[in-house]
Design a protein around this ligand. Structure first.
Ligand SMILES: [Zn+2]
Ligand SMILES: [Zn+2]
Length: 286
């Protein structure tokens, strides 16, 4: 399995400008490169609004442990900002192994990933590194990167995956349980992280408001559709927490995505290379 997805994304998103506006929750506070968006007193979004992909990682704090879902772009030290919020030990769950969600993995001792993307993290992809760096700065940063950030030295994360997570796994962090829901489609090992009690659902790159990517090299449009339908079966969703763009997305964005995929299936477009499809709040690239 190679890391050609990044290369592929160049072609797809080069002209599209997928995510225009965002509006963080009013309580957000800026911490240099990162913006901390308080979802509740023990749940935080850590946003990278200064880069055009407007990436979100999420921090869940339990009584005994903190879970960070994804580690962002790797432009600034996300561990420092997490440690400014909690003193608990931190485990990292990888929503999926695309470089924009694993940028800070090297800063943490413990991270897990899905078996189907293990190779992406462990494999060397020297050639793609330069392309990814170009992609990272495709648009100028709108917030200052740390003084020690050097795009010439930027490299996507690689490492050995010692911990794997799988569908149905539950992480008990002390008074809170986070559940792994395998949601392939955008990528083969993509997972959503679900907190049943509070109804929080980290949707990562399966659902955000922008151009959904189901046509990358290892994407599978039909799996994507099945994953969306599976989310619809969850007992309650109070708040979806997307991987990119606006933080305050509406819950019925899931319904729009399901309807959009259904209409693509009906018209014979639910297949790769069928192009860019426009809907109300969403676009879908296959
Ligand atoms: Zn992705
Ligand atoms: Zn992403």
């Amino acid at each position: 399995m190679s890391f050609r997805d990044a290369e592929n994304m160049f072609e797809i998103l080069g002209d599209i400008a997928p995510i225009q506006s965002m509006s963080p929750l009013p309580s957000n506070q800026s911490s240099s490169w990162f913006t901390i968006d308080e979802i509740d007193a023990s749940t935080f979004g850590i946003g990278e609004y200064g880069q055009w992909m407007k990436l979100h990682s999420y921090l869940f704090i339990g009584d005994e442990l903190a879970i960070l879902v994804d580690t962002g772009l790797g432009v600034a030290n996300i561990r420092k900002v997490v440690e400014s919020i909690t003193e608990l030990p931190i485990k990292v769950i990888t929503s999926h192994a695309h470089w924009d969600h694993t940028g800070g993995h090297a800063l943490f001792d413990w991270y897990s990933a899905h078996e189907r993307e293990r190779d992406w993290i462990e494999k060397s992809f020297e050639r793609e590194a330069k392309e990814i760096a170009e992609w990272l700065v495709k648009e100028p940063f709108t917030k200052a990167a740390p003084a020690d950030f050097d795009i010439e030295k930027y490299k996507p994360f690689q490492g050995i995956v010692k911990n794997l997570h799988a569908d149905g796994d539950v992480f008990d962090i002390g008074g809170r349980q986070l559940e792994i829901i395998h949601t392939p489609g955008h990528s083969p090992g993509h997972v959503c992280v679900y907190e049943r009690d509070r109804g929080y659902l980290v949707t990562a790159d399966l659902i955000y408001q922008g151009v959904l990517l189901g046509g990358l090299q290892y994407s599978e449009p039909e799996e994507y559709q099945r994953s969306l339908l599976r989310l619809k079966q969850l007992p309650k969703i109070e708040k979806m927490l997307p991987g990119h763009g606006r933080l305050d997305i509406e819950n019925d964005l899931l319904d729009e995505a399901i309807e959009a995929f259904a209409s693509l299936a009906e018209t014979g477009h639910l297949k790769k290379k069928s192009g860019l499809h426009k809907f109300n709040r969403l676009k879908i690239h296959l």
